[in-house]
Design a protein around this ligand. Structure first.
Ligand SMILES: Cc1cc2nc3c(=O)[nH]c(=O)nc-3n(C[C@H](O)[C@H](O)[C@H](O)COP(=O)(O)O)c2cc1C
Length: 396
């Protein structure tokens, strides 16, 4: 028989070698409609795939014969040390992947010495995450038609020690994730096929559904119409509560309610980065929402050099979308990012094995980043720079 590379098929966390392996374990651990919710991108998924292609188009140019013993991933953000230059991105509905959901992610982040960002549409109350996980916490803000929801979130986050607010600005017109939609016959009603698939995942059924009941949007539950508070109902009803009314003038309103660090999550142009700096924001997150919003959108890594050059001295520049390898993180840092947010990479860990799975994702990425630092003749993430990269036109 001819020799053939075979995909990872194990379930044992100790056999997992990379984020792609972890994704496979996650895929087999949860029903298809749950995995599709995590995995899916908008429309033709051109943005989703473009995020990975953009990393592949950037190649390293490594110097050699430089000693790199005693390497470190440690860095700082907003004057506070971080053990590695990444944080966990906000993702809604984490309780659908594992009964511990947000708390498991936050605990793994705290243990790894990095921040965790809780979503507005989380399945755990923000004060419970602070109490049960601790660590360095950031809060993500969605502003819906009813502004009282956002005011309540900002008030509670400030009172519970959250360090930063990530104001998401790219979901006011909600993306169409068609694979996700196909699992529902009408808003809030999963198709029979999706419901039956639950029976093929008895571990998920008992641990997620029977043990705790259908996860609920705890943070905003009090503001939701009847039937929208549970994960299945809300995931199709909540998008209708968003409205394309937000504008730069609203930053002043956010500032009235939020006295701490403020980052705009959704910037992809130099003009918007300048605007964020002019309005006194502390940072920006370059993102296309992991390919879940606008299809055929530029990959954040493609616009990072021009944005970092324009505002890097005035704003902390964070980036996400498509990060799955230590090499991806090194490329972003080399092009001027201060830190990277991890979305699906840590969600795969959560779905595969809860807190232990998230810890595994963070550890694999740390080991990979440390190795690539060494291979690039760097001792610290500060040594990374654009001189180490070649882009498609010969220039990074
Ligand atoms: C399942 C899922 C849920 C998400 N929920 C939110 C959210 O509630 N708020 C938000 O600002 N971004 C949300 N995002 C976007 C992430 O914060 C991040 O931008 C994206 O996951 C990065 O891309 P990556 O998953 O390819 O790393 C979500 C992403 C995923 C995959």
């Amino acid at each position: 028989m001819p020799w053939k590379r075979r995909p990872f098929t194990g379930r044992d966390l100790s056999a997992v070698l990379n984020i792609a392996d972890l994704r496979e374990v996650a895929r087999r651990s949860v029903p298809g409609f749950v995995f599709e919710y995590v995995e899916g991108g908008a429309e033709d998924e051109a943005t989703l795939h473009g995020n990975r292609a953009a990393f592949a188009a950037l190649k390293f140019v490594p110097p050699t014969l430089v000693p790199t013993e005693g390497r470190t991933l440690a860095t700082e953000l907003f004057g506070t040390p971080m053990q590695a230059p990444f944080a966990i991105a906000p993702t809604g509905l984490n309780g659908m992947l594992h009964p511990q959901g947000d708390v498991a992610l936050a605990r793994a982040a705290a243990a790894a010495g990095i921040p965790y960002t809780l979503s507005t549409v989380s399945t755990t109350l923000l004060q419970d995450v602070a109490r049960q996980a601790g660590g360095r916490l950031w809060m993500q803000l969605y502003v819906m038609r009813n502004r009282a929801i956002a005011e309540d979130i900002m008030h509670r986050a400030a009172a519970n020690g959250y360090e930063a607010l990530l104001f998401t600005t790219d979901a006011n017109v909600f993306g169409s994730r068609e694979w996700d939609k196909r699992n529902y016959s009408s808003p809030g009603r999963p198709r029979l096929r999706a419901a039956l698939d639950v029976l093929r995942h008895p571990h998920w059924l008992t641990q997620v559904l029977l043990r705790q009941g259908m996860p609920r949007f705890r943070n905003i539950e009090a503001f939701l119409p009847p039937g929208a508070a549970t994960a299945v109902g809300g995931s199709t009803i909540i998008p209708q509560m968003f409205a394309p009314t937000l504008a730069w003038e609203d930053i002043a309103w956010v500032r009235e309610h939020w006295p701490h660090k403020l980052l705009i999550k959704g910037v992809l142009t130099v003009a918007d980065a300048h605007q964020a700096a002019a309005l006194g924001c502390d940072g920006i997150v370059l993102t296309n929402h992991g390919g879940r919003q606008l299809d055929s959108c530029v990959a954040p890594i493609e616009v990072l050099p021009e944005i970092a050059a324009a505002v890097g001295g005035r704003l902390r520049v964070l980036i996400d979308s498509g990060f799955r390898r230590g090499t991806d993180i090194a490329k972003a840092l080399a092009l001027g990012a201060d830190a990277v947010l991890l979305g699906r990479a840590t969600l795969y860990g959560l779905a595969a094995a809860g807190e232990e799975g998230v810890a595994s994702a963070l550890q694999m990425l740390s080991i990979e980043l440390d190795r690539v630092l060494g291979q690039l003749s760097c001792r610290s993430v500060r040594d990374l720079g654009p001189h180490l990269l070649r882009g498609p036109g010969g220039i990074a």
